[in-house]
Write a protein that binds this ligand. Structure first.
Ligand code: SAM
Length: 279
């Protein structure tokens, strides 16, 4: 749908875009085609779409995928989609809040023009609840840049590391505000997240990992050992951290922003062992 078709459809449905629910609809056919091309869905794919809205991406996904499960919070759009795609056996439409009730199922791809107010919650929910090999999402550019950032760059932070534990992230292309109705104030970036299975931590290890990352970036201008020892989030002995860093062949003066995701994972596992041994 182009801009005027979206306006007419919303009017006919008695709906108007709800800013609080991040309703900015794709209205540029070229961009929709580019997204579908990048996602590269085939008949063997079972796709999870979060926030289908008026179905800008859903239609093309249905043409290509084996099945599509679309979760939409807005009852008005659920009614519209149910009637627009009536009789479409490959589509399962779920009315609900994806963050509160993520649907069950095994999916090979997730695709979303994410509502920006809850982007990071959706991404962490996807990471925690599923093992989806490829996730494609549209995000506010600044947030996307933090997710794809490499160690040592200004954008690299807690978000890059904590999400980096689950996915390798790659920036695909940017999308101008004019490609949406209503026009958002920000530029968007479409990114690909590929599930990684090289980094493994158990439940307690994962909790420790997230606390370490939070602490490391809380003390951004400090050395990692000092940031962890001074952190209000965790109780760690500085000498223990320095000892493990040395064993790992890492300079004890390293700052959190220069540690890779893999290094954080190893540090977590070794700290877990040291804490267990000390108790
Ligand atoms: N996919 C459509 C498109 O690209 O035109 C709509 C994208 S719009 C940015 C985000 C959509 O997510 C809206 O339809 C909104 O109602 C829906 N949404 C917002 N919060 C949600 C949530 N917690 N769970 C499911 N859907 C949500």
């Amino acid at each position: 749908m182009n801009r005027s078709e979206i306006i007419d459809t919303a009017k006919a449905l008695g709906l108007s875009p709800n800013k609080k629910l991040g309703q900015n609809f794709l209205c540029d056919a070229g961009t929709i085609g580019k997204i579908l091309g990048a996602v590269g869905v085939t008949e063997t794919d079972s796709v999870l779409e979060i926030g289908p809205g008026l179905g800008a991406l859903t239609e093309g996904l249905l043409e290509r995928a084996g099945s599509v499960t679309a979760v939409e919070i807005d009852a008005g759009f659920v009614r519209y989609l149910s009637s627009r795609f009536a009789g479409e056996s490959k589509l399962r439409i779920i009315h609900g809040d994806f963050i509160r009730i993520p649907p069950s199922g095994v999916f090979t791809r997730a695709v979303s023009n994410l509502p920006y107010y809850c982007s990071s919650e959706v991404l962490f929910k996807l990471a925690a609840e599923y093992r989806i090999p490829s996730v494609y999402v549209m995000l506010q550019k600044e947030m996307a840049e933090r997710i794809v950032a490499d160690p040592g760059t200004p954008q690299y932070g807690a978000l890059s590391v904590s999400l980096g534990m689950y996915y390798r992230a790659r920036s695909l292309f940017s999308i101008r505000p004019e490609c949406f109705y209503p026009r958002p104030d920000v530029v968007s970036l479409f990114i690909e997240l590929s599930a990684r299975d090289d980094l493994r931590l158990d439940g307690d290890g994962l909790n420790l990992f997230h606390l370490l990352v939070k602490s490391a970036f809380w003390g951004r201008r400090k050395t990692l050992a000092k940031a962890l020892a001074d952190s209000p989030h965790i109780d760690l002995d500085r000498a223990m951290v320095i000892g493990i860093l040395r064993e790992m062949g890492i300079d004890e003066k390293i700052r959190g922003e220069n540690m890779s995701v893999a290094e954080y994972t190893i540090l977590t596992a070794r700290l877990q062992e040291a804490i267990r041994a000390a108790n």
